[in-house]
Design a protein around this ligand. Sequence first.
Ligand SMILES: NC(=O)c1ccc[n+]([C@@H]2O[C@H](COP(=O)([O-])OP(=O)(O)OC[C@H]3O[C@@H](n4cnc5c(N)ncnc54)[C@H](O)[C@@H]3O)[C@@H](O)[C@H]2O)c1
Length: 535
Amino acid sequence: MKNGDSNLIQKKGRPPLSTLNSQLSTSPTGIKGEGHPTLSTLTSQLSISPGTRPPTLVTSQVAVVGLGYVGLPLSLQFARSGVSVIGLDIDPSKIKSLNGGRSYIKHIPSEAIAELVKAKKFKSSTDFSLIRGVEAVIICVPTPLNKNREPDISYIVNTGKAIAPFLKVGRVCPQAAGSGNESLHHLNHNLNPNPNPNLPAGSQPSTLNSQLSNPLSAKLVVLESTTYPGTTDEDLRAVLEAGSGLKAGVDFHLAFSPEREDPGNPDSKVSTIPKVVGGYTPACLQRAMELYGKAVKTLVPVSSCRAAEATKLLENTFRGVNIALVNELKVVYSAMGIDIWEVIAAARTKPFGFMPFYPGPGLGGHCIPIDPFYLTWKAREYGQNTRFIELAGEINSAMPEYVIHRVAEALNAHRKPVNGSKILLLGLAYKPNVDDERESPSYVLMDLLKQSGAEVAYHDPYVPAIKPTREHSHWAGTKSVPWKRETAAAFDLVLLATNHACVNYQELADWSPCIVDTRNAMASVKTKPGQVWKA
Ligand SMILES: NC(=O)c1ccc[n+]([C@@H]2O[C@H](COP(=O)([O-])OP(=O)(O)OC[C@H]3O[C@@H](n4cnc5c(N)ncnc54)[C@H](O)[C@@H]3O)[C@@H](O)[C@H]2O)c1
């Protein structure tokens, strides 16, 4: 399906509607064979009577709530695809930047924003009443852990409260009001109304899709924030229903579609990353597929919001567990005098059954260190344990201590103690080529070094100064030291925590007497014997 194509349903040689429903409840893709189903594959399985015209579902205006690392690129992709986007955020400084065509995320160019603002395809606001005029609302707000390391869904709940009063239908989009109506009603009427077996009794949609009060004008709410299964159809639904007096699946559509943004990866584009979508009812799913079909090439429908929520948690848990495995092997192999990086490079030549993951100084970012614990918390409600997650968390969170141990060994070899040594931490961001330092293990490394009496500074071309945060307030205001020979040479040791591509590692080798490398960044440069310590 091409971007901008508003005809959702194809009719030739279709299986009956029940086929879609049975596939949605049994197979994650609904498709035999390999690869992801495309939107047209799914929609070709939705049947309408011969002779009726395809319904025209058009989303021309969408609101994206939460304009951060996920919400901003998503907004831009929708705007590029011809949908008018209203970006909503509670941070007025972000709104001001965006409306002025300025980016606050390093890897998103200002020009991309300015162009869409000028074309009147993208505007931003703190005024949630603008939701009255849109057909769909996509929520991309943070989902952190609280201080007891339990899920904090307060951002989702607060967003739900803020949007609920505006969910009542404000208008019927002109394209939808005409010829398509009949067909859609027919379609909704025929969609299998069986209760979703994945939902507990209290979460079942109470009315059939065929009873959606006005399916063409009913608004769609989609949650994208990573969270535990049940957040959409229990927590968010409850807030939206209470605040609006409406019923999900009846008066408004509700869906979950996890984001798969890979910040800093130039090959990762919102439009080309297959998108998983789960609806509260089949009609909700259909509506969400129509929305995302505008901006994303390949969609992967699943049977419920919970299946979509669980998919995202599987993806991130998979990463966390595999990183823990190589982190553990790093320590074990190092004790045996074997270099884990060499081993992974050799293993990855296997053309099947192996996928490389790389060790590091510990987990960082908004996803991998946090999301699996959303599942752990929810699993307890069902009397279940998530032992892989717990063990991976234990191994990964022990990495900074291991790195500091290597720092002590390296300094010791130079007849220096950690206490009183000058140490430069290179790379504050949690991953290369981004300015995102949330949950970065670099903070833990700096804390541990400082506690041991070291004098610590950092250099990061992406983070010129440390912003005030709740967790690391003591570092707020600290500035990145300049990258030059005199500075680097003035430190007893450089601890390489993040391997930004723009850093000249040959210069580092030329300038610094001692380097502890947690990313294998020094492998391809000329170094002196005993100068580089892998950690
Ligand atoms: N960053 C990633 O790479 C990534 C990838 C996949 C999924 N996710 C998930 O996506 C979600 C968002 O993550 P992010 O990295 O974009 O977060 P972020 O902190 O970069 O952005 C969140 C935005 O939401 C705004 N916000 C907070 N409360 C709000 C409210 N009540 N109403 C309106 N706006 C509000 C904040 O001001 C901020 O601009 C999280 O659940 C995260 O786990 C993130």
